[in-house]
Design a protein around this ligand. Sequence first.
Ligand code: PHE
Length: 341
Amino acid sequence: MNIEEIKEEYLSEIEKANSLDEVNEIKNKYLSKKGKVSELMGKMKDIVADKKASYGQAVNTLKTFISDHLDSIKDNLETKALNEKLERETIDVTMPGKNYSAATKHPLNKLVDDISEVFVGLGYKVAEGPEVEKDLYNFEMLNLPKDHPARDMQDTFYVDVNTLLRTHTSPVQARTMEASSKDEPIRIICPGKVFRKDDDATHSHQFMQMEGLVIGKNVTMSDLKGTLDYFMKQVFGQDKTIRFRSSYFPFTEPSVEVDVSCTSCGGKGCNLCKGSGWMEILGAGMVHPNVLRMSGFDPEVYQGFAFGIGLDRIIMLQYGIDDIKRIYTNDLRFLNQFRRD
Ligand code: PHE
């Protein structure tokens, strides 16, 4: 083929090319070292001497032509590809957005927040303690030595003989008293997970409590009563009354169970309170002198009161939840019922 024929062939091929790949292939075919243009150069030896110069020039002209032509074709294709991409990726600002719904507070956390707010307003600090606890803090420093029969009511999961999943939030009492400077009053609440070997509709191996502890000079049972009355009215409503029933806890003396008038019937008796008119909410009492002494407080100088609120019970009663496990299994059909939006 001569120069003209190669040019014709190139032009007809490039006309059909419509992708960068095809264009590159053609470039290879004509302009690479073994390409058609090089082949033409190779024929120089067959050209008669006085035509060599003009032949060489003609081949070079073809080479420049093809090279420039390919560049402009490439440019066009690239611009076209870019335009198509831009076209595809335009944003329709009028399209409706995706609807992300915000999560809602778990009823248990809402209760913790509501109660905390009341006590923080009274000057209490929020304290925390470990869920994997030493026997020492969970029992011994609360006046429950190793062989104490009241330990039976709080069987739990042991990590080893001296380490267990805490059965109540009361160990935070012992830890706080032990760590205190002993010459300043203590006012703490402690919400947290607790664990027991329990399993029925109202008891689960995991549940939530909120501990309260006040230590100071001249703290009396009437302070306990006044504090709990105020707290119940703030959380459950001003029309509520409380009732003390005597009880027993090894770490308080005297000890009481505290009930609030039923949040549903107000005390007349209904399904929720099983006709009694009262809801059992917490255990409480005056801190036992042994407990004070073990944590370094002189019971002749300091007194205190403590209480432990069962939080699951409260929301079960308030919302009519039939099984405590619903609180912990994260079923959206359950959780979505507490949405406020
Ligand atoms: N820790 C007790 C329980 O879990 C409750 C309690 C706390 C009682 C503080 C008295 C004082 O049963």
